[in-house]
Design a protein around this ligand. Structure first.
Ligand code: ZN
Length: 134
C-alpha cells in the first residue's frame, strides 16, 4: 500500500475545511427540522460528512419518530462527538451510531482515525493530523 503524504497544498485545504464554518449554514439550510437558524456546530469540519449522514438517517424516520428532534448542541467532547436533542429513542439510536463513528473519524479531514491523547488533550485523528492544532 502506498503511503499518503500530505503536500503543503493538502495541508492548506485540510486547514480551511476543518476551520471553515461554511458547512454550518448548509447543514442548517438542508435540515431546518433539526437545527434552528444560526445553529453553530462546536466541532471541526472533518465530522461534517458524518453529521450529514446522521441527519439524513433521522429524516428517513417516520415523522412521529423524529418529531421534537431539534438539536440543542453538537460538539466535540474528550475527542468524540456529542449531539444533544429532544427526540425519541429511534433518533437516539442514530445519534449513538454517529457518536461511535466519530471515534473512528478524523475531525480535521474525515478520513479514518483513532482517539489519541496528545499532551492530555483528546482528539480523534488520522496519522497526518495527529497533534494538529490548526
Ligand atoms: Zn485527518
Amino acid at each position: 500500500m502506498e503511503a499518503t503524504v500530505m503536500t503543503t497544498d493538502d495541508r492548506k485545504v485540510a486547514r480551511s475545511l476543518a476551520l471553515s464554518h461554511d458547512w454550518h449554514q448548509r447543514m442548517v439550510a438542508d435540515f431546518p427540522e433539526l437545527f434552528a437558524p444560526g445553529f453553530g456546530f462546536e466541532c471541526l469540519g472533518g465530522w461534517r460528512f458524518l453529521l450529514r449522514e446522521m441527519c439524513k438517517r433521522i429524516m428517513l424516520l417516520a415523522p412521529e419518530d423524529r418529531e421534537w428532534t431539534m438539536f440543542s448542541q453538537v460538539k466535540e467532547k474528550f475527542g468524540t462527538l456529542r449531539a444533544y436533542h429532544a427526540g425519541g429513542p429511534r433518533v437516539d439510536e442514530i445519534v449513538d451510531w454517529a457518536e461511535e463513528a466519530s471515534e473512528r473519524t478524523c475531525d480535521v479531514c474525515g478520513r479514518p482515525g483513532s482517539l489519541r491523547n496528545s499532551g492530555g488533550w483528546y482528539a480523534t485523528r488520522c496519522d497526518d493530523h495527529d497533534g494538529w492544532t490548526g
